[in-house]
Design a protein around this ligand. Sequence first.
Ligand code: SF4
Length: 371
Amino acid sequence: MRLKATLLVEGINFTPGALEGVGTRFKEQNHGLFGWDLVNHKGVDMPDDFVHSDGTVTQFRFNPASPYVMSLRSGDLVVAKRDEVLDHVTLIPRPKYYDALTENGATMRQIAQIGGEDCFFVCYQNYCSHFAGGEECAFCNLVATKRTYESVLTRKDVKDIGEAAAAAFSEGMVKHILLTGGCFSHQKEVALVADIVESIRSALNLTEVPGTILPSATTNEDDIRRYRDTGIGAIGYSMEIWHEAMYQAFCPGKSKNTSHDDFVGAIKKAVKIFGPGNVYCVLVMGMEPRNTFLEGIREMSSIGANVVPFVWSPNPGSKLEGHRAPTAQWYIDTTLEAAEIVSRSGVPSGTRNHCYRCDGNSLLHDALRNK
Ligand code: SF4
């Protein structure tokens, strides 16, 4: 966990030959949503994430100035700091479906990617209206990433998503889905998300779909029930920052549409319908003080919701590009305290729908796994 926190904060460099096979034998970044690297790398394939010797998954955040380096030592892939080997690591095999085409002729990796080792990830629309007025969230580089890499389709066809899901699950590595999207008319979003999950469910021939959807927050119980009726296991809302005034400052567009209280109300209602442990509050960790972040963890745990806190990356193209995240020690101390709160609260872990292997940019599920 210490090494993961350090690599997420400081980023990682690599030596020649260390990344051989990325994009052919090993899974490369396809920038399905944000760019998390500290520096862009257009034209150079880099791993999405990698696995430590104890099974922990860490996101690969490229930073050519980082003292932490992925390199080969006696044929083994390691993470080292100067001459000191810190861990032996492995890259994640590249899914075969990445190069397959849908019946419509779309390349499947431009529709859905694998997050971590086992999560089928779809962003159904790589678009957000907050950028037009300069009111995007301060940590977000969605539009810049799309423009830099042009690696995914902006809008995905429902049937294409179902076909990609069937291909991905048939390879045996996928255990969960994660579905997110941009901002658009609420009613259209409810219908679209329901159609997508139902298309996946029917392609997989399942009655329940293990995974999580992250639509816009809603307090309308009929809409939440509509989501639940699709067979999806969990729902989450991206609240981003717990501290209300900081949320308004960092997320000017989003906070105009959905207030702090709207989020809390939406999460409470979702817990009622999806059940404790099956609702997530997604936060960006490292932009607000430790005590307000932990206040959020406490309140969410008290109402039966789980939290996925992503370690902030001051990534290229975001308003806060070039800033610095807190130290790795801050992340470790704060995460351990958060894990204590969550575990004492007794909220079910929800790992059936989202687990530590689903993504490499959160530390909380690692801390909870160690408990
Ligand atoms: S709501 Fe914020 S985080 Fe989400 S896509 Fe828009 S700007 Fe980015």
